[in-house]
Design a protein around this ligand. Structure first.
Ligand code: GDP
Length: 266
């Protein structure tokens, strides 16, 4: 009986506070659903194409330290419950992306971070790179606006973004450092194209167009190059970290650094 009582007590304790939420976003086929399964079960199973967002309740593995645990003494051996959190998977298909976008502005859940999953082998093709950069541009712009609007309302809301450079086990995949620079370069192009579109539309007076252009410009206004560091001013901390959800030929999955990022941002 005791374990049951203890379990329900702990359950109620954890339920008292709304669990931190992380949202999985990215192009179709990048590995989001596989990652959700891993976060939820610690192992992958076959996935199906998701049409609607799925949520899983997950727990940090014992090997990963949560940020709140960092200052614990090595000698402190009082029971430690690993924190739990929610992970929301969103469909990557173009027509279903509104699910992801609305998850970012849903103020009922404590959004702690976004995991933007990319297939690191796909990024060496122009089409793959463009798709990944356009979608990421859209997501970061929503987060930037959320931060700007938060300044006037409930205070700015910062958020962490992990770009999970997945499928590092695939021979043709690009390493995380290259994934970062390729995405930054491509996003500078996307940003320029979008701002030209706004100017060409010629709506409103010139002043209106100027203000509109500035609020729709991602990162440092007017800058020629785009870097993820430009997002810090908007409370958005971007990290690019490589890994593979599926085991490589030696049977190894590489996800420890992603778990560590979750632990740091809980
Ligand atoms: P989603 O559309 O982003 O949810 O992607 P899925 O999770 O459905 O994965 C798409 C395909 O990529 C599936 O066939 C997965 O088995 C495969 N996949 C996912 N992660 C990896 C990985 O790390 N390495 C390799 N080689 N394949 C992966």
């Amino acid at each position: 009986l005791l374990p049951i009582l203890l379990h329900s007590y702990l359950y109620r304790q954890s339920g008292a506070k709304e669990l931190a939420t992380f949202v999985l976003i990215g192009p179709s086929g990048a590995g989001k659903t596989s990652l959700l399964t891993l976060f939820a079960n610690g192992a992958t199973t076959t996935t199906h194409t998701s049409q609607v967002p799925q949520t899983a309740q997950c727990q940090l593995p014992l090997t990963t330290r949560a940020s709140e645990d960092r200052y614990r003494s090595e000698n402190d051996d009082s029971a430690r419950t690993q924190p739990q959190f929610h992970v929301l998977d969103t469909p990557g298909h173009g027509k279903l992306r509104h699910h992801a976008l609305s998850a970012l502005t849903d103020t009922t859940k404590p959004l702690k971070g976004i995991v933007y999953v990319v297939d690191s082998a796909e990024l060496s093709s122009t089409a793959g790179l463009t798709e990944a950069a356009e979608y990421l541009h859209e997501i970061l712009l929503v987060l930037q606006k959320r931060h700007t609007q938060g300044k006037t309302a409930k205070g700015p809301q910062g958020v962490a973004v992990l770009i999970a450079a997945n499928k590092q086990d695939v021979f043709t995949s690009l390493p995380a450092g290259i994934v970062k620079t390729k995405l930054e370069e491509e996003m500078a192009k996307v940003r320029l194209t979008k701002s030209k579109g706004l100017l060409d539309s010629g709506v409103g007076s010139e002043d209106d167009a100027g203000a509109d252009e500035e609020s729709n410009w991602l990162g440092e206004y007017g800058a020629r190059t785009f870097t993820f560091a430009q997002m810090e001013e908007h409370g958005i901390e971007v990290s690019v970290v490589g890994g593979n959800v599926l085991p490589d030929e030696t049977g190894k999955t590489v996800t420890d650094d992603w778990w560590a990022w979750v632990g740091d941002n809980l």
